[in-house]
Design a protein around this ligand. Structure first.
Ligand SMILES: Nc1nc2c(c(=O)[nH]1)N[C@H]1C(S)=C(S)[C@@H](COP(=O)(O)OP(=O)(O)OC[C@H]3O[C@@H](n4cnc5c(=O)[nH]c(N)nc54)[C@H](O)[C@@H]3O)O[C@H]1N2
Ligand SMILES: Nc1nc2c(c(=O)[nH]1)N[C@H]1C(S)=C(S)[C@@H](COP(=O)(O)OP(=O)(O)OC[C@H]3O[C@@H](n4cnc5c(=O)[nH]c(N)nc54)[C@H](O)[C@@H]3O)O[C@H]1N2
Ligand code: SF4
Ligand SMILES: [Mo]
Length: 808
């Protein structure tokens, strides 16, 4: 076990502690996606520790961040009163004045109602911090409900640079998101651009246990991070080249017959015929002589004897005819309009899409060894169908994120592991009412989402917008002006591309309110700042944790361990109070949060009282149903796994997975001036732009660093620890050089999220808007993004690194 992780022991149970003033309260750590079950230790009204709670399905251990809870609570830099700006946004001194909640909320409501009356609710955008890396997950349902009830179809929640690929692009292939790796039963676990050792503790422990039980682990990561160090196979891909690797592995599997042919035939659209003229799937009704008994909308497949057979929507190709369709084949189809059109099966087309990605070509594109492509294919084949995988931030933050996700998803489809024991499984969740208020936003308002003109398949279809679209609306009034922003903790200046553009747009807003714990560079551009409390100062209802069936079944009402500091409040409180002042009380149970929580909880049959009596949580046990699609079909247009996506075709995108070079390619012209490929990653001890103020965390990384190969450093006259300038076509920052001999010498990784004001034992803060600061966002442009998801190229940039004199 790593020294940064503390495992639970019996002695951690302090509930029997004799000291009357010391209490150990069951809870869970709200800081990140792992949501580790915990014990919150309070002494004389102060939070003094957070410890693991082994009785909780996610509570076996606690990471350094969870242990730093008291430092995060008693952070001297927290904002504890509502603040009003009294000087213009260009002014170096905002002239913050402390005001009452009543005045703050009154001013916010007045400003929002004015903009809504003049320009419609769509002129007010909302922003929400990540629920995977902040405890906003406690209350996100209410913030979404507020946006919906207010009538705004424009919510920036960063999905395009975090999870859109795995949770939504994946739907194009499987009709659902990536679901949960069933680690406990996996024989092969693929971590593709995901490093749970540092980012998801509970899953990391589950993977360790699976390894002990014999599971193989594959890591696809440019860095030798986490499980890469002792993986069965570590593929050190060039950042942004993952799509080529997936297509290459699929090619090997197809060529060698290393795939589950029966599964692919019965449950994917592989056997369906594609028309050679328009690329659509052939329908029985289009044929001059449809197969007997076929419905007009049935798809068409080919039997071994050359006959055409009909396939209804849904699984199992033979549609009752008893004849199995072939996978690879083509035929001249005689159409009802008299034309003859060459048709090929999806499978044949898929083979062609992979054909160019020979091991040698993949090696040249991905900067790996040719033999590693076959090694990956072999591992997937030998473990199938007990293959689970997770791909996260590593494959998302690229201009080719959608196609990369398609390539990985279709590769995994070949293993037959969908919903199989040991595959990726939709466990049975504890039932809950969705309180996010989707029903409150009408179709006409939804249609006004500013992102829809970019792609109707991307986040905009759910009313979600990228920061690039938001800045365009504010600065260029495209497609219409956005005049006000209500921010719940999203730190655009640090975590999205191009801090300068973000700052310019935020300063141009007529009105901006930010609810946050601290004055981030983004919050500092607001007109009003609302102080939010940490998770230990508020109650939180969680119906269902993540990672296993036991976790999915867990329901918990985490108590507040201590009272909120100063005037800080929970997001839920802010939303319910603001809703009243906006005249939206009817959608918020008349301002009664308890009634809202009871509504969420209703389907569980549990009451808030019962949960309060069991603060450690309760299980609503449910059996895991594997292979559900056998009965239900897939939630895709064809009812099958879609190796070929007519939906993408209809939206002008490639229907088969394809590898596109990232917008900034080392094989392009820009590489002459910027020869190094640049990516980023998370650090175990920080979340994004947070946590540097906690001394126990900061000591792991006292100063911001760029990590590069010693050879790359030496060639530039850089020694370890030297201050350096990292420069891209978009901007420059100052970092410290750290050596990482496991990297490809052409690749560097740069830390992000640095802006914090100085702490007692660290240097001064880092100006998020200066070359002398360390804000990664300055290095990346938001002008070229993934055409569907809108993903910004935070992980496939090109840069150059120059030494600076130590005093520079
Ligand atoms: N270069 C680079 N950029 C990245 C990434 C990367 O890997 N590299 N990762 C991307 C990813 S995956 C994500 S999800 C985004 C995250 O982007 P953000 O969501 O902006 O992430 P944070 O900086 O963690 O948090 C933003 C703010 O939320 C505040 N906050 C914390 N808890 C609460 C709360 O309970 N309520 C409220 N109202 N505010 C709270 C914090 O104080 C912080 O100021 O960053 C993205 N940006
Ligand atoms: N400690 C900590 N934990 C967190 C968070 C945090 O900020 N800090 N944030 C939470 C959030 S919001 C999220 S989204 C998750 C993310 O969780 P992860 O996805 O595990 O996090 P990352 O470190 O951003 O990225 C994973 C890996 O992708 C690799 N990578 C970089 N570029 C590429 C590439 O082009 N291809 C491939 N294949 N890999 C690449 C990185 O080297 C890194 O090791 O973590 C959550 N947990
Ligand atoms: S892994 Fe996440 S949830 Fe678990 S203790 Fe660490 S910060 Fe908290
Ligand atoms: Mo994220």
């Amino acid at each position: 076990m790593n020294h940064n992780v503390m495992l639970a022991t019996m002695s951690d149970d302090l509930s029997t502690d004799s000291s009357a003033s010391r209490r150990s309260i069951p809870g869970f750590c709200g800081l990140c996606k792992s949501r580790c079950g915990s014990r919150m230790v309070v002494e004389d009204g102060r939070l003094v520790a957070q410890l693991p709670d082994p009785a909780h399905p996610t509570g076996r251990a606690q990471c350094v961040k969870g242990r730093a809870a008291p430092e995060l609570v008693y952070d001297p830099q927290r904002v504890l009163r509502p603040l009003l700006r009294t000087r213009p946004k260009g002014d170096a001194d905002p002239g913050w004045r402390e005001i009452s909640w009543d005045e703050a909320l009154g001013r916010v409501a007045q400003a929002l109602l004015r903009v809504r009356a003049e320009s419609g609710p769509e002129a007010v955008a909302f922003a929400i911090a990540t629920p995977s890396g902040t405890p906003i997950a406690d209350d996100i349902r209410w913030i979404e409900r507020l946006a919906n009830a207010f009538g705004s179809p424009n919510v920036a929640n960063g999905t395009e640079i975090c999870n859109w690929h795995k949770d939504f692009t994946h739907q194009l292939t499987f009709g659902r998101g990536i679901a949960t790796p069933d680690f406990a039963h996996s024989r092969c676990i693929v971590l593709w651009g995901h490093n749970p050792r540092d980012t998801w503790l509970a899953n990391s422990l589950a993977i360790r246990a699976a390894r002990k039980a014999g599971a193989k682990v594959v890591v696809v990561d440019p860095r030798k991070a986490g499980f890469a160090a002792d993986a069965d196979l570590w593929l050190r891909v060039r950042p942004g080249s993952d799509g080529a690797l997936a297509l290459g592995a699929a090619r090997v599997m197809l060529a060698r017959g290393w795939f589950d042919a029966a599964f692919v035939r019965d449950f994917s659209n592989a056997p369906l015929l594609v028309r050679g003229d328009d690329g659509r799937l052939l329908r029985a009704g289009e044929l001059a002589a449809p197969p007997a008994g076929a419905g007009a909308d049935d798809f068409v497949a080919l039997a071994a004897d050359g006959r055409l057979i009909a396939c209804g929507r849904g699984v199992r190709g033979s549609a009752g005819s008893g004849v199995e369709p072939v996978l690879a084949g083509s035929v001249d189809a005689h159409l009802a309009d008299g034309r003859v059109v060459r048709c090929e099966t999806v499978f044949a087309r898929f083979e062609q899409a992979c054909a160019d990605y020979t091991p040698e070509r993949v090696a040249a594109l991905c900067w790996i060894e040719p033999a590693q492509v076959e090694a990956l294919a072999r591992l997937l084949h030998e473990a199938g169908p007990a293959v689970s995988y997770y791909c996260w931030a590593g494959v998302c933050q690229h201009t080719n994120a959608t196609q990369t996700d398609r390539a990985i998803a279709t590769l995994m489809a070949l293993t037959g592991s969908f919903d199989a024991p040991g595959g990726n499984v939709a466990f049975t969740p504890a039932p809950a009412n969705d309180a996010s208020g989707k029903d409150l936003l009408g179709a006409a308002q939804r249609a006004r989402c500013i992102g829809l003109e970019r792609s109707r398949l991307g986040p905009a279809r759910l009313g979600l917008i990228g920061s690039d679209a938001l800045w365009d609306a504010i600065l260029e009034e495209r497609p219409y002006p956005i005049r006000a922003l209500v921010g719940f903790g999203r730190d655009f200046l640090l975590n999205h591309a191009d801090a300068e553009r973000a700052a310019e747009a935020l300063a141009a807003l007529e009105f901006c309110v930010y609810a946050d714990l601290t004055l981030t560079p983004t919050a500092a551009l607001a007109d009003i700042v609302l102080p939010i409390c940490t998770p230990w100062e508020r109650e939180a209802l969680r119906v269902g944790f993540e990672g296993s069936q036991a976790a999915e079944s867990w329901v918990q009402l985490r108590p507040a361990a201590i009272a909120p500091l100063g005037d800080s409040r929970a997001d839920a409180w802010v939303v319910f109070e603001l809703a009243q002042r906006l005249g939206l009380g009817e959608h918020f149970w008349g301002g009664d949060l308890e009634a809202g929580l009871a509504h969420v909880l209703a389907p569980t049959g549990l009451t808030l009282e019962t949960l309060r009596a069991h603060p450690g949580g309760l299980a609503i046990p449910a059996p895991t149903r594997y292979r559900k699609q056998v009965e239900e079909g897939f939630r895709t247009p064809s009812g099958r796994i879609e190796l070929y996506s007519e939906t993408l075709l209809e939206h002008g995108e490639p229907p088969l997975p394809r590898f596109d070079e990232p917008a900034d390619s080392p094989f392009g012209e820009a590489s002459a001036a910027f020869p190094l490929v640049m990516t980023t990653a998370k650090l175990r001890h920080f979340r994004h732009g947070q946590d540097r103020q906690a001394p126990s965390l900061r000591r792991h990384s006292p100063e911001p660093s760029v990590h590069l190969h010693p050879d790359a450093a030496r060639a530039r006259g850089i020694a370890e620890g030297d201050p350096v300038r990292v420069r891209t076509a978009n901007g420059a920052i100052r970092m410290h050089a750290r050596f990482d001999a496991a990297l490809d010498a052409r690749v560097v990784w740069v830390e992000y999220g640095w802006w914090q004001p100085g702490t007692a034992d660290a240097a001064d803060g880092y100006d998020a808007r200066s070359e002398e600061g360390a804000n990664y966002s300055r290095l990346v442009s938001d002008r070229r993004v993934d055409p569907v998801a809108g993903s910004q190229p935070l992980r496939s940039g090109l840069c150059e690194i120059e030494p600076l004199s130590s005093s520079g």
